[in-house]
Design a protein around this ligand. Structure first.
Ligand SMILES: Cc1cc2nc3c(=O)[nH]c(=O)nc-3n(C[C@H](O)[C@H](O)[C@H](O)COP(=O)(O)O)c2cc1C
Length: 308
């Protein structure tokens, strides 16, 4: 557990206890007169406490979203932590079609000329935790995030990355963030595919996943620890192949051939396929593909991420 995050969570819990205590005092109906005094005293005592003991450490959700998927996740983070929000806007929006955006981003990446922002500076002074959200573009965070990092100082902040993607990029983008912001405390990242976020009932799925993600953060879980409970990789059975085929039937980005698999039993089963991947006629490389199969009768196998 990192210290700043630990203190963030401890302070948050402390605040919740204080609020609950005040609420209980204020709502009690056994001895109204006495309770009135108690509530008054408690309020006075709370007012005398140092600010950090009476209010949760404030967090800020900073995000960029071109087509709205990341914005949906940003809203979930905002609500879950009652955070303030800063939406990064480019001075000139990207073109409206996917192909022309790809072309524009390619030029930016090749020249490292990051886009000018309409709102370059965020007032970060009063926040110790920044939830930083972005779409994955070209395997890592979208260019406006570089622009934001160039104009703002995240030193000493707890930075919690979250992203949306077509197939993956969560780990790679968080790793790049760690490299670019060595003085920030960059935590585990949350990620979700744009397909899952636009599916029916996505709101409750994302909220539940974000809560589970917070629990993992609070427990100080690392990427390696999240892999706990997976079996050894083994050759594919016909059933594994059927799960892979069902989950990837609409996946058109890259050619994927499953080679072996390991599984983890949760409420359903996680499958981690080791696959041969070919990108745009390029050489074959290996990648992991995570698929979740719900319990029987609860839905079809779902592609969670293609790790790159
Ligand atoms: C220029 C561009 C590049 C992209 N590159 C990737 C990529 O490398 N990997 C991936 O999984 N998704 C990629 N995507 C898909 C986006 O990450 C995905 O649609 C995301 O959810 C968009 O988020 P937004 O709606 O918040 O803008 C790319 C999209 C665009 C427009």
């Amino acid at each position: 557990m990192n210290l700043r995050l630990d203190s963030f969570i401890t302070k948050f819990s402390g605040f919740a206890v204080a609020v609950t205590a005040l609420a209980l005092c204020a709502c009690g109906n056994q001895e109204p007169a006495q309770n009135k005094t108690t509530a008054k005293q408690a309020t006075k005592q709370a007012a005398e406490l140092p600010a950090e003991q009476t209010a949760p450490s404030k967090s800020l959700v900073v995000f960029y979203s071109q087509t709205g998927s990341t914005k949906k996740v940003a809203n979930v983070f905002q609500k879950a932590r009652n955070a303030d929000v800063f939406e990064i806007k480019t001075a000139t929006p990207y073109p409206s079609t996917y192909d022309s955006t790809v072309a524009a981003v390619r030029v930016q990446r090749e020249s490292k000329q990051w886009p000018a922002l309409a709102n370059p500076k965020a007032d970060l002074a009063k926040y110790d935790t920044v939830f930083l959200g972005y779409p994955i573009m070209f395997g890592t965070f979208a260019p406006p995030i570089y622009s934001f990092l160039d104009s703002n100082d995240l030193s000493g902040k707890v930075v919690v990355p979250f992203c949306t993607y077509g197939s993956g990029g969560r780990k790679a983008s968080a790793a790049e963030l760690k490299t670019l912001e060595p003085k920030a405390n960059v935590t585990l990242a949350y990620g979700i595919s744009n397909k899952r976020i636009s599916a029916e009932g996505a709101d409750s799925v994302v909220s539940a996943e974000v809560e589970a993600f917070f629990a993992n953060l609070a427990e100080g879980k690392t990427e390696e620890m999240l892999m706990g409970g997976y079996s050894e990789q083994r050759p594919l059975t016909a059933e594994d192949s059927a799960v892979f085929a069902a989950a990837t039937k609409d996946y058109g980005y890259l050619s994927l051939k499953p080679l072996s698999v390991s599984t983890q039993v949760v409420a359903g089963t996680n499958f981690l396929f080791t696959c041969e991947m070919k990108a745009f006629g390029g050489p074959a490389t290996q990648t992991n593909v995570k698929i979740f199969r719900p319990l029987p009768g609860r839905g079809e196998p779902e592609l969670i991420v293609v790790e790159k």
